[in-house]
Write a protein that binds this ligand. Structure first.
Ligand SMILES: C[S@@+](CC[C@H](N)C(=O)[O-])C[C@H]1O[C@@H](n2cnc3c(N)ncnc32)[C@H](O)[C@@H]1O
Length: 408
C-alpha cells in the first residue's frame, strides 16, 4: 500500500471517529448530517495542518488581519453540526452560505443532493480562491463560490430555501429576508447585548407580517466578526488598566460607563440562594438579565485580574453586568455545600453598589422561580419600518434595519 492510500485510510478512520463523537455528544441527531460528516474530507479544506488536527473538534484558524485579529477560519465541527441541525436542510433545497471555508459548503452539498444547489459567498478574495480550489479537489465542483459582501446576499441566485450565515452578524440584513423563499429559514450567529447565539429563524407568513422572522432555536456560539457593510462597532470599555473590560453593542453607544478605577471602591455583595451545577449553561439567565437590567453589559477579565481578586465574575466566557456613570455590578458565584454546585450572587462597586447587588440577585431569583429549565425566549425580528405600537410585547432592541423583540 502506498503512502497516499495509507494516509487516506487514516483520514477515513479519524473522520469516522469525529462523526461518532459528534453523535455521542448530541451535536448531531439527524442521520443524514452524520453521513455527510463521514463523507466530506475535512483535511482537504485545511491542508496545512496534520490529519489529527484536521479531525479534532476544533476551529482551524486560516487568516488574521494586520493587527492579529482572526478574520477567517474553518469552523469547529460541533458548531458546524449544531448549525446544520438548526438549518434542517432537505434534498433539493437551494442554499446560500455566507462566509466560505469550503468545508461547510461541501457538507451542505451532500445534504441538498443532486437536485439541490449550494452557493457560498465570502468578502475575502483569498478565501474564495481557496474555497474554489479545495471544493474542486474534494469533488464538489457544483458548489458555486462567489466573492461578494454577504450583507447583500446573492440577488441573482435568489430565492433560497435556506440562508446559513457563518460569521457574527449584528442584524438581519434586509437582503436576506428578501432572498428567502416562502417557508424558508435563516441560521445566523446573531450578536446582541454583547452575546452571540446561532439562531434558526423561520420566515413568518408574509401576508400577515410583511418580512418578519421568528426564532425556532438558539445555541450559544462564537464566530469571527462580519466585515463590509454589515460590520458593526463593538464598544469595549477598559477598567483597571485594561485588566477588566466591559462590552457593549453599537446601539448602547450613549450608555454611561463607570470611572476606570471603580473596582477600587468598596465592594458590596449579595447572595441569591440559587444553586447551579458547575456545568449548567447560564445562557438563558444571561438573556433574562440582558432583558431586565438597566445598563446591561458583559464583563470579562484577564487571568491576572482573577488571580489578584480584582474581580470574581461567575466563571464563564463573560459575566452579565450592569453599569452606570459611577457604579458597576456583576454576577458572581461561590462554592455551595455540594462540590458540584455553586451559589449565584452579585458584587458591585460605587455609590449605587447596594442597589445594584439587590437588583441583580432579585432578577436571578425571578429567573430561577419562573423561567429556569423552560424553553427559553423566542426572538422576533421585524423590519425597522414597522411602527413600534405594532411590535409584539417583550424586551425591544433597535438595530440598524430591524426591531428585535425577546419574548419570554
Ligand atoms: C468562520 S469563517 C467561515 C467558515 C466556513 N463557513 C467553514 O466552512 O468553515 C467566516 C468567513 O466570513 C467571511 N466574511 C466576513 N465578513 C463577510 C461579509 N460581509 N460577507 C461575506 N463573507 C464575510 C470571512 O472572510 C471568513 O472567511
Amino acid at each position: 500500500m502506498d503512502a497516499e492510500s495509507n494516509d487516506s485510510q487514516y483520514a477515513g478512520t479519524l473522520r469516522a471517529a469525529l462523526a461518532d463523537l459528534l453523535v455521542e455528544q448530541g451535536a448531531i441527531h439527524d442521520d443524514r448530517i452524520a453521513t455527510a460528516f463521514r463523507l466530506v474530507p475535512r483535511h482537504l479544506f485545511v491542508p496545512l495542518v496534520p490529519l489529527e488536527i484536521a479531525y479534532a473538534d476544533d476551529v482551524v484558524l486560516m487568516k488574521r488581519d494586520a493587527s492579529g485579529v482572526a478574520i477567517s477560519s474553518v469552523s469547529q465541527p460541533t458548531v458546524v453540526a449544531l448549525m446544520l441541525e438548526q438549518a434542517d436542510v432537505r434534498p433539493g433545497h437551494r442554499v446560500l452560505e455566507i462566509g466560505s471555508g469550503g468545508y461547510n459548503a461541501a457538507l451542505l452539498s451532500e445534504l441538498v443532493g443532486p437536485d439541490g444547489e449550494v452557493t457560498t459567498i465570502d468578502i475575502d478574495l483569498d478565501v474564495t480562491i481557496r474555497a474554489r480550489e479545495t471544493l474542486d479537489a474534494a469533488g464538489y465542483p457544483d458548489v458555486r463560490v462567489l466573492r461578494t459582501d454577504g450583507e447583500f446576499g446573492d440577488p441573482a441566485g435568489a430565492p433560497y430555501d435556506r440562508i446559513i450565515v457563518t460569521v457574527t452578524a449584528w442584524d438581519i440584513a434586509p437582503a436576506w429576508m428578501e432572498q428567502l423563499a416562502p417557508g424558508g429559514r435563516i441560521v445566523v450567529p446573531l450578536r446582541f447585548r454583547a452575546q452571540t447565539r446561532s439562531i434558526g429563524f423561520d420566515l413568518l407568513d408574509a401576508e400577515s407580517s410583511g418580512h418578519s422572522l421568528e426564532s425556532r432555536s438558539m445555541v450559544v456560539c462564537g464566530f469571527v466578526n462580519m466585515q463590509g457593510a454589515g460590520a458593526a462597532y463593538e464598544r469595549w470599555v477598559p477598567l483597571h488598566g485594561g485588566l477588566v473590560s466591559l462590552s457593549f453593542d453599537e446601539d448602547q453607544e450613549s450608555e454611561p460607563v463607570p470611572p476606570e478605577r471603580v473596582l477600587d471602591q468598596p465592594k458590596a455583595s449579595a447572595w441569591s440562594g440559587v444553586l447551579m451545577n458547575r456545568e449548567e449553561p447560564l445562557s438563558d439567565l444571561d438573556l433574562w438579565l440582558a432583558s431586565t437590567l438597566p445598563g446591561f453589559c458583559v464583563l470579562s477579565a484577564e487571568p491576572r485580574a482573577l488571580k489578584k481578586r480584582i474581580v470574581a465574575p461567575v466563571p464563564r466566557w463573560g459575566a452579565s453586568a450592569m453599569a452606570s456613570r459611577n457604579s458597576l455590578g456583576y454576577l458572581t458565584s461561590r462554592p455551595a455545600a455540594d462540590p458540584d454546585y455553586v451559589e449565584l450572587g452579585a458584587n458591585a462597586h460605587g455609590p449605587a453598589a447596594q442597589d445594584f447587588v439587590q437588583l441583580l440577585v432579585d432578577q436571578v431569583r425571578v429567573w430561577n422561580e419562573n423561567l429556569r429549565g423552560g424553553k427559553g425566549p423566542t426572538l422576533r425580528v421585524d423590519p425597522a419600518s414597522l411602527p413600534p405600537d405594532q411590535l409584539p410585547p417583550g424586551f425591544h432592541l433597535r438595530t440598524r434595519h430591524s426591531h428585535l423583540t425577546l419574548i419570554w
